[in-house]
Structures are given as structure tokens and as C-alpha cells.
Design a protein around this ligand. Structure first.
Ligand code: HEC
Length: 261
């Protein structure tokens, strides 16, 4: 082995060791947050798909509970077609919300009911209003929250179901709530889910666990509406590469078969 490559290897190993050390220090620093339980999600794995019935119920949870504080800015009502909603249903859902439009011919802005091509209407006009309404904490947009946290689905499920009484001797600051899954343990979001907080039209019992699962399935769909297509394409590409490798190998054997070496 050349001295240069030897040096490079040592440098790489040192770098790796340093990186591992940094990661474990970071983990220690954030040590108070409880590790979410790993759950079985319908959408994981290369053949994983959206649990449509659950995601539909999750939309209901989002609209009736979360939408009071959280926006979902990157999804348009008409995208709900991909979750199995009919055009009439989508129109009806959109019409529950008012959007500011304009200016009209007089230069005035005006309010009108939302239509399918509108994005989901945000609960607050701007970040300042959102903070003012939530003890200074900004409820993040929910479109990409599943992607924004490592193990996002497990984490959000744990967060939504993990509110608890603070342990003995732990003082919860005013405007905060104790949740061991949140970094630092205190979160400005009050526990949003309570049993039977929504009434599911398909008769599913609305336990806190069920609503959390459903809203996470909905948020996963919102974060990656193209997931199933992506997985199908990926699978086809892998099959293609396997066949191509087999052909190339067979061709190579054939070409070299009569050559002495
Ligand atoms: C009363 C307002 C309110 C409601 C209702 C509400 N939230 Fe929140 N949410 C907040 C606020 C405020 C924060 C920011 C918390 C903080 O930074 O301390 C937050 C933060 C979050 C976070 C980010 C947590 C993190 O680690 O950064 C997620 C995910 C979330 N909410 C999901 C939901 C879901 C899902 C629902 C509906 C089931 C919901 N919220 C309902 C106010 C609300």
C-alpha cells in the first residue's frame, strides 16, 4: 500500500471517529427526549403503500383539530382526488374555508369561499399572528413535518400520544406542556387529541392512538404524494439492472470463451 493512500485511510478513519464522537455527544445533549417507539406503518418498505382509509380519516383529524393552529400550505384541495375523494366532496371541503382574493376592479381585496384549486387555507394571516396566538411559539406548517424529523412518523405519533403529567419536582413553565418526546420536555402545543375528539363517519373508534395514527398517515401522504409511483419506478429500475447485469455477464463469458488466458 502506498504511503499516500495509507495516510488518506488514517485521515478518513480519524474523521469517521470524530463524526461518531460528535453524533454521540449531540445525542447526550438532547438526552432528555424520550425515544419514540418504532411502529409498523403501512407505507414503509419498498412495497409500502398509503393506507387510504386511514389517511382519509387523518384529513378529518387535520381539518377538525390541527388546522386551528397549523397550516398545510403546499397541498391544494384538488390534490385530495389522489386520496379517493370525489370532485363534489373536494368542492364541499374547500367551501368551508374563506380565502382572501383580489384585487377586484376597485382595487379592493375580498374574501371568497375556497375552491379546489386553492391551497389549504392557513389559520393565521402570518407568522407574527401565529406566534401571538400560541404563547410566542410558531406552529410549523405540517406539509413536510413527517420528513422534517428523523423517524418522523414514529416521532409525531409518540408526540401526539405522549403528553403526561410532569414527573415529581419538574416545574412546567407557564404556556408550556410536559411531553417527554419533545426536545427539552416542554412544548407550547397543548395536547391536541382527546378521545372522541372527532366522530369518524366510517364508525372507527376515535381513540387518541387511532387519531394520531390516522393524522400521521395523512401527513405522510401530504409530504410525499408521489411515493407509490417512486417506489414502483425504483423497483422497475432494479429489475432492469439485474437483467442487464446478467446479459452483460453472459456476453462477456461468450466473447472470452475461445481466448487463452
Ligand atoms: C392550539 C394550537 C395547536 C393545535 C390545535 C395543534 N398544534 Fe401542533 N403545534 C402548536 C405549536 C404552538 C407548536 C410549536 C411548539 C413549540 O415549538 O414549542 C406545535 C408543534 C407541532 C409539531 C412540531 C413538533 C416539533 O418537534 O417541532 C407537530 C408535528 C405538530 N405540532 C403536529 C400537530 C398535529 C398533528 C395536530 C393535530 C392533531 C396539532 N399539532 C394541533 C400548536 C398546535
Amino acid at each position: 500500500m502506498g504511503i499516500v493512500s495509507k495516510l488518506r485511510r488514517t485521515a478518513a478513519a480519524t474523521g469517521l471517529a470524530a463524526a461518531v464522537a460528535m453524533v454521540s455527544t449531540a445525542a447526550l445533549a438532547a438526552g432528555e427526549a424520550k425515544h419514540p417507539e418504532a411502529r409498523d406503518w403501512h407505507f414503509t418498505g419498498i412495497f409500502g403503500t398509503v393506507d387510504v382509509a386511514s389517511a382519509q380519516r387523518g384529513l378529518q383529524v387535520y381539518l377538525e383539530v390541527c388546522a386551528g393552529c397549523h397550516s398545510l400550505k403546499h397541498v391544494a384541495y384538488r390534490n385530495l382526488g389522489a386520496l379517493g375523494f370525489t370532485e363534489a366532496e373536494i368542492k364541499a371541503i374547500a367551501a368551508n374555508f374563506d380565502v382572501t382574493d383580489g384585487p377586484d376592479s376597485q382595487g379592493e381585496m375580498f374574501e371568497r369561499p375556497a375552491v379546489p384549486s386553492d391551497r389549504f387555507v392557513s389559520p393565521f394571516a402570518n407568522e407574527e399572528a401565529a406566534k401571538a396566538g400560541n404563547n410566542g411559539a410558531n406552529p410549523p406548517d405540517l406539509t413536510l413535518q413527517v420528513k422534517a424529523h428523523p423517524g418522523g412518523a414514529d416521532y409525531i405519533h409518540a408526540l401526539l400520544t405522549g403528553y403526561a403529567d410532569a414527573p415529581e419536582g419538574v416545574e412546567v413553565p407557564a404556556g408550556s406542556n410536559y411531553n417527554p418526546y419533545f426536545r427539552g420536555g416542554f412544548i407550547a402545543m397543548p395536547a391536541p387529541l382527546a378521545a372522541d375528539g372527532v366522530e369518524y363517519s366510517d364508525g372507527t373508534a376515535a381513540t387518541v392512538d387511532q387519531m394520531a395514527t390516522d393524522v400521521v398517515n395523512f401527513m405522510q401522504w401530504a409530504a410525499e404524494p408521489e411515493m407509490e409511483q417512486r417506489k414502483k419506478t425504483g423497483f422497475k429500475v432494479v429489475i432492469f439492472l439485474i437483467i442487464l447485469s446478467a446479459l452483460l455477464y453472459a456476453g462477456k463469458r461468450k466473447m472470452w470463451a475461445n481466448i487463452d488466458h
